[in-house]
Ligand binder design. Structure first.
Ligand SMILES: C[S@@+](CC[C@H](N)C(=O)[O-])C[C@H]1O[C@@H](n2cnc3c(N)ncnc32)[C@H](O)[C@@H]1O
Length: 760
């Protein structure tokens, strides 16, 4: 099968899965040889403990001795806390070798940094600090740390504080906190050999408080907030066989998932007895493996690395000395010729099978690979002149131009019925001319003649427009190209007589509809449009938003420093939102609750433009000056909304996801549907599926706002103007009902993009 030029064959589009092997209790020392054997078996990496079982025994003995001394003493306070001496060569077999950077090192799981017993917490911290410091010294890149015990008596702040400290100790080390998707039964059997098991009951004071399925995420939330969303702190998430609710699945999706840990118990056996994952887990894996930073997969306790019991033996060869009844090499060779060799790593083979058979990615993912959650300042096509390459990217959209052509064809048909003459069409803001081409195609397909104008203020694009008019066979020198700001255009001259435009076509929309000043530009050119029957394509557009949890974007902005970033929280960003969680879902449909902020329609009623004209120059007749500066002549384009959302599950709000919809044209024949474009996730598939021209917009919050379950989130949003520029302001308030009384429990700063406003 041939592939299209420039399009990678399907195999290459698949994400590579980095798969590692983990044993919760590794019985053999990790040597270079074992590393080689893991690679020969097809693993990309493996885990190893930092310290040995001997070290564990030494520390436990130390604690025992302390407790004995305390019970023998008449004054417990006089017995000093146990001190864990620095590591000895017997305590660890980790050395800085060639494999060190391919290993994920594990700190001891038998410590309890969150222990309510101060002695256990104190000893645990010493063990942990010794381990992290030594691993950092050896050049380890990645450390996996058992998450805190999820029992309610655990002191998570102690745990979080220890993690924060270790990020300082190892300035290059990446830490992964191992947590289950939701709390599970604690493994009581392990307590005998652990420090947790030695915590004294008198300190476990909060035993009976009930927690829910989000408690594991809550725990993570405290750790990462304490660590200030540190870029070297991530999660190793343990995936269970029975998945938690979709709300919890999507919450974890929005978090920095470095590793997905799949224990043996998550697999089920298929009819042939092979380990496989059930359908929901497969779907989850497909979703998580599409994150921009693709998580690693760690198979936990799925069997030893082939050959590991006998380091030095090649994989797939068995040691006969262990069992003299085994076949001789000659016998087994004959057998191998007739039988397939037994798969010694069936779990790994299955993950590789999933890797090969990944479902294809949605078109937007393929088009915009790498742009997920990448923050860009919105374009300012009015102030800046776009480059040819920027136009070229727009023009790749498979939907937008097609829909414009349909809208123009429908408008031509409706107007021609009334006017019975050639229709005057102007594309204002023509760029390199793709919409002009579509107008001419609509004329050809409907058989309705047009007089075509193209207006553009970018002098460079103007060169291309003129060339295209001279050389493009469809244009065929029929287009009048005008280089001007549309607001200064006097309108078409036909046979030296000024004429009105019948259809004014524009595409001046940004991700939040009006953020590239379409309203101001179209107001300024409305005087050329026929006041009786003139049609604006688009005829209206709306801005929409919803509260989001987006730790990744928050962490990105938080980490930015320098003078250039002084206003980093005070502007919206265009970004392909990907690793986020919707905080508010519609209860009936389960879809994100994305509400409409405001609308703009064109053409504007004459009275509004007339008043605006009066205000220009500060006319007393038209009242005072503008509310936020200037004469107020653009005040009719200011907007305000206050929208109320209900949080479906508790979480943290990092900002607002913004989208737009536009109605290009409503055909007069009511049996025909309006022609619309949308980047609103709830309507985009129905209105303009696969359109790629616009990414969403994100309004950040400087301080994340905590949201209790069922809380009401009220968002105030303003479109402000002082006649010279346009900017946005936004503020989030949170209300919860406590004891039957509605109370404000949180509030963000009032954010304003005034210093980054769009110049008119
Ligand atoms: C988003 S681009 C669209 C270009 C083209 N119509 C398309 O769809 O590919 C907007 C274009 O409008 C132009 N533009 C913006 N404001 C304008 C104004 N006030 N007068 C004339 N052109 C303007 C910009 O230079 C840019 O070429």
């Amino acid at each position: 099968m041939e592939t299209l030029p420039g399009v990678a064959p399907p195999e290459q589009q698949n994400t590579y899965y980095y798969v590692g092997q983990h044993e919760t209790k590794r019985t053999v020392p990790v040597t270079t040889e074992l590393g080689n054997q893991a690679q020969d078996a097809g693993y990309d990496m493996m885990t190893r403990p930092i310290t040995s079982p001997g070290f564990q025994a030494r520390v436990l003995a130390l604690v025992e001795a302390y407790f004995e001394a305390v019970s023998a003493s008449s004054n417990a306070n006089a017995v000093p806390y146990p001190l864990v001496a620095p590591l000895t060569p017997e305590d660890t077999n980790l050395v800085p070798d060639e494999y060190i950077s391919t290993m994920i090192c594990c700190t001891s799981t038998w410590i309890d940094l969150a222990s309510p017993d101060p002695v256990i917490a104190h000893v645990s911290r010493q063990v942990f600090n010794h381990e992290v410091a030594y691993a950092a010294f050896c050049g380890v890149n990645n450390i996996m740390i058992q998450g805190p015990n999820l029992e309610t008596s655990s002191v998570i702040s102690q745990y979080a504080r220890a993690i924060w400290h270790s990020l300082e100790v190892g300035p290059y080390i990446n830490l992964q906190i191992l947590l289950p998707m939701q709390p599970t039964e604690s493994k009581a059997a392990d307590h005998g050999l652990s420090l947790a098991g030695r915590a004294r009951d008198s300190f476990k004071t909060l035993k009976s408080i009930a927690t829910d399925a989000l408690w594991s995420w809550d725990t993570w939330e405290l750790i990462r907030s304490t660590c200030k969303y540190h870029s070297r702190l991530a999660i190793a998430l343990e995936i269970p066989q029975k998945l938690p609710s979709s709300a919890i699945q999507s919450r974890w999706f929005s978090e920095p998932l470095r590793t997905l840990v799949i224990p043996e118990s998550t697999f089920v056996q298929n009819a042939k007895g092979f380990p496989v994952l059930n359908k929901p887990v497969q779907a989850l894996l497909t979703k998580y493996m599409r994150l921009k930073t693709v998580p690693w997969i760690i198979l936990s306790d799925v069997g030893p690395i082939p050959g590991q019991d006998h380091p030095g033996m090649p994989v797939n060869l068995t040691d006969r000395s262990a069992s003299p009844d085994l076949p001789t090499p000659a016998q087994s060779k004959r057998k191998q010729q007739t039988q397939k060799p037994k798969d010694l790593t069936p779990h790994l083979s299955y993950i590789r099978h999933l890797q090969r058979t990944q479902p294809p990615r949605p078109i937007i993912d393929r088009f915009a690979a790498g742009y997920q959650d990448y923050l860009q300042s919105p374009l300012q096509p009015l102030t800046d002149n776009l480059e040819s390459i920027t136009y070229e990217v727009f023009e790749k959209d498979p939907i937008k131009y097609e829909w414009y052509e349909r809208a123009v064809a429908a408008a031509l048909t409706d107007l021609h019925k009334k006017l019975q003459r050639p229709i005057v069409v102007a594309v204002v803001g023509a760029g390199r001319g793709p919409l002009v081409t579509r107008c001419l195609k609509a004329s050809a397909s409907t058989g309705i003649p047009v007089k075509q104008w193209a207006v553009e203020k970018n002098p460079n694009a103007y060169v291309l427009l003129q060339r295209r008019n001279a050389t493009d066979p469809l244009w065929n020198k029929r287009v009048t190209v005008v280089k001007t700001d549309m607001r200064a255009w006097k309108g078409p001259l036909i046979d030296d007589t000024p004429q009105k435009v019948d259809i004014l076509v524009s595409e001046l929309l940004g991700s939040f509809a009006d953020n590239e000043l379409s309203p101001e530009c179209l107001d300024g050119v409305q005087h050329v449009l026929d006041p009786e029957h003139g049609v604006s394509i688009p005829t209206s557009y709306t801005a929409h938003f919803t509260p989001l949890a987006h730790p990744k974007i928050y962490a990105d902005l938080y980490g930015r420093s320098g003078d250039a970033e002084a206003h980093k929280w005070e502007l919206p960003y265009v970004t392909l939102l990907h690793q986020y969680d919707n905080l508010c879902l519609d209860t009936a449909s389960g879809e994100p609750d994305i509400q409409t902020a405001w609308e703009f329609t064109h053409p504007l009623p004459e009275a509004i433009l007339a008043q605006s004209k009066l205000r220009r120059g500060g006319s007393v007749q038209a009242g005072g000056s503008g509310m936020v500066g200037g004469d107020g002549w653009n005040e009719h384009n200011a907007r305000f909304c206050k929208l109320r959302f209900t949080a479906s599950t508790r979480g943290v709000c990092h900002g607002l996801g913004g989208y737009f919809e536009t109605v290009l044209y409503i055909p007069e024949d009511k049996t025909k549907k309006p022609i619309e474009l949308s980047i609103n996730p709830n309507t985009m598939d129905a209105k303009s599926k696969d359109m790629i021209s616009w990414f969403p917009i994100f309004f950040p919050l400087k301080t994340p706002v905590t949201i209790p379950t069922n809380a009401e989130i009220e968002v105030s949003m303003w479109r402000q103007t002082d006649d010279r520029k346009v900017w946005y302001e936004w503020q989030v308030e949170v209300f919860a009902s406590l004891g039957g009384v509605r109370q404000r429990v949180g509030c963000s700063d009032l954010h304003s993009s005034i210093r980054n406003g769009c110049l008119m």
